[in-house]
Design a protein around this ligand. Structure first.
Ligand code: SF4
Ligand code: SF4
Length: 103
């Protein structure tokens, strides 16, 4: 089973920005209500530029049990983020979790 369901560190780590074309109101899938506008071309997951960052779509408790409330509709940076990557190690370290084996 993926370590992600008991982690969530990368959803509480840095800004999650993506093309506005991925928003549901523009023909994409990401619910616009969970985002903020950065500029005309770029949207951001709400909460990821707060401190401490935490995506508004994340449910549960970091490091214990978490889920993405819009998993099927999450934006491309979330789809492309790889479990076991360098970014994954860094995000996990920030919340005090050990690195995963390289993917
Ligand atoms: S930091 Fe890594 S293990 Fe944790 S949720 Fe993100 S991809 Fe999964
Ligand atoms: S949209 Fe889902 S996968 Fe992406 S940062 Fe938010 S909670 Fe994590």
């Amino acid at each position: 089973m993926s370590a992600c369901t008991s982690c969530g560190a990368c959803c509480s780590w840095c800004r999650v920005d993506f093309s506005s074309y991925e928003l549901d109101e523009n023909g994409g899938h990401v619910p616009v209500g969970l985002t903020v506008e950065v500029n005309g071309n770029t949207a951001r997951m709400r909460g990821t530029d707060h401190w401490p960052p935490r995506c508004a779509a994340l449910t549960g408790k970091l490091g214990e049990q978490v889920a993405c409330g819009i998993y099927e509709w999450r934006p491309s940076p979330c789809r492309e983020f790889e479990e076991g990557s360098e970014g994954c190690h860094r995000a996990r370290a920030k919340v005090g979790l050990p690195p995963l084996p390289e993917s």
